[in-house]
Design a protein. Structure first.
Lengths: 231, 333
């Protein structure tokens, strides 16, 4: 217990003193996760809407692919991405290996199926009459999509939360393609893994607490936004 | 101006609508009547351009509506479904929705909304949200939302199914007032014959996805004399005994299934007994029933009997027949 208590005490000191390393890592994590969430949702939500509302040949197969991708192991994604971004790889010219951009790319690949599959389920949950009503009232395609999305706002907010949760807590791909370089690609999760293995439990705990705090703040913000849009 | 030509529409391979030709005139109210599952809602969805027919074409002003319907065409027709949905937000927000998507200015929008709200008596509901409304109120708001758009064609699927008689009357009166203010086509699907007979200019019956050759049967416009209870009402050359307290202009309807058919007059409690000759017989879609038309001295009556009964009575065009029905079987609208 002393060991745990000491860990929490050190974590509190680091956080309250505004330790630059802790806050630097937190800032990078937030930047990477936010960017990856925006990109994955910007692509995933329309894809989910399309899968939920359009009838086309291969739709069922497409849904199966997206749902299967939900369970894609993060280290495998990291490995594949490593191959693509390494100097001999087809995307080696980008020079992104061991940069924060590579971590964003990994996060997007992992969060995109979450955004697409969950938003498809959310849109499918909206009464079909909403879409028909919007159309019969003269709404165009975009306005109809917006109207349906408004009806599914709670579920879509949960999609955002889930995508952000995936991005902020991701470690496998971030470790492989980011390299956990101090001051450059060290995120909260990779740092926690590193400091724990180095025996600096207090620092790891402080970073872990920041991670939890970050998730909490994002959830509270989303809940407040949901509350404003009641019925 | 809105018409279906050679339409065969299928769901999961089953033909649910088979209409060689169905047209709505530019103005006037057409009622499509039929039992549940007759294809009324499917017909309205095709007319609303929400679905493309599996076979055949939908035409607007003579031009074929393309498979991918342009928004400009879609905006000429609107539909209120049987169980309409309101969007989240207030009644007012729902009413402006269709006008907003048409890019209408706020001042013009407010004028139309005020007029529509007054016509349908929705003023007390304007700031309410959908979960604060009853089914009947939702239906009224949905009709107002559609009416406010001033489309060329207004399609209503059982618009008064959740309304009480007073609210249904108010709804139809509002529609009538709107039709006086501007010409447009209204098509109402209903299984409530009473409303159809009372408000529509033209009634078409749908059965098993086809236009029924037998029109809604035994309808007579009459003038009911003063008094209560049993009344004898002149219909052409015959007198029909009805039980009603109504007075003045009305429509009598005798359900074909309420007629007793025999070759000789029966000793029974039926107040209405008419002798005549069979003029025609139509077998129902499924073949289980037969509609027997008979001329009762200048007035045609239709009776529905089973195919077996028709055989046993040896009914055929030209044969003598007696139709009997009780005074209480006559519906008065």
């Amino acid at each position: 217990m002393d060991f745990l208590g000491e860990g929490f005490r050190r974590a509190w000191v680091l956080l309250s003193l505004g330790d630059s390393e802790v806050y630097g890592i937190a800032a990078l994590t937030l930047k990477v996760a936010a960017l990856a969430t925006i990109i994955s949702c910007a692509a995933g939500l329309p894809l989910g809407y399309f899968l939920a509302t359009r009838r086309f040949w291969g739709r069922r197969a497409a849904l199966t692919v997206v749902n299967t991708a939900l369970a894609f192991p993060t280290v495998v994604v990291g490995l594949l991405l490593y191959g693509l971004l390494s100097r001999q790889g087809p995307l080696g010219g980008l020079g992104w290996l061991y940069t924060w951009q590579a971590i964003v790319l990994g996060d997007v690949i992992l969060a995109l199926p979450i955004a697409a599959a969950l938003s498809a389920a959310a849109i499918q949950g909206v009464d079909a009459r909403i879409r028909r009503t919007a159309e019969t009232l003269g709404a165009g395609r975009w306005r109809t999509a917006w109207t349906v999305a408004r009806e599914a706002r709670f579920a879509l907010a949960a999609v955002l939360t889930a995508a952000f949760g995936q991005c902020v807590a991701e470690i496998g791909a971030a470790m492989i393609v980011g390299g956990n370089i101090r001051g450059s690609t060290r995120t909260l999760t990779t740092a926690v893994a590193l400091y724990t293995s180095q025996g600096d439990f207090g620092l790891a705990l402080a970073l872990g607490l920041v991670l939890v705090l970050l998730a909490l703040v994002i959830n509270v913000v989303l809940q407040v936004l949901q509350g404003r849009g009641h019925a | 101006m809105l018409e279906l030509r050679d339409v065969r529409h299928r769901y999961a391979g089953r033909v649910v609508l088979d209409l060689p030709h169905f047209a709505l005139p530019r103005t006037g109210m057409v009622a499509v009547v039929g039992h549940n599952g007759a294809g009324k809602s499917t017909l309205l969805r095709l007319l609303a351009l929400l679905e493309a027919p599996t076979e055949g074409t939908v035409r607007l002003d003579g031009a074929v509506v393309p498979h991918r319907v342009p928004t400009t065409l879609r905006r000429r027709v609107t539909l209120v479904e049987q169980r309409p949905m309101l969007f989240r937000g207030s009644v007012r927000e729902n009413l402006v929705y269709g006008l907003q998507v048409r890019g209408m200015r706020r001042a013009a929008m407010n004028g139309i909304i005020a007029e529509t709200v007054e016509r349908l008596g929705l003023a007390p509901l304007l700031e309410r949200r959908r979960h604060e409304l009853s089914e009947g109120e939702i239906q009224r708001v949905a009709v107002a939302r559609a009416l406010a758009l001033r489309t060329d064609v207004l399609l209503l699927d059982e618009p008064a199914s959740s309304a009480d008689r007073a609210a249904a009357g108010a709804l139809y009166r509002a529609l009538a007032a709107e039709r006086v203010a501007r010409p447009f086509a209204v098509c109402i699907a209903s299984h409530q014959l009473e409303d159809a007979y009372r408000w529509a200019d033209d009634i078409r019956a749908l059965a098993d996805g086809r236009l029924s050759p037998v029109t809604p049967e035994n309808l007579f416009r009459v003038e009911l004399p003063p008094g209560e209870g049993l009344k004898s009402v002149r219909v052409g050359t015959i007198d029909i005994v009805v039980m009603t307290d109504r007075v003045g202009s009305a429509v009598l309807a005798v359900p074909a299934t309420d007629m007793f058919v025999s070759r000789e007059p029966l000793a029974s409690s039926a107040r209405n007994v008419f002798s005549g000759r069979v003029t025609g017989m139509a077998i129902e879609q499924r073949g289980a029933g037969v509609h027997v038309r008979a001329d009762m001295g200048g007035v045609e009556l239709v009776a529905a009997v089973t195919a077996q009964a028709a055989r046993e009575l040896a009914l055929a065009p030209g044969s003598a027949v007696v139709f009997s029905f009780k005074a209480t079987a006559v519906q008065v609208f």
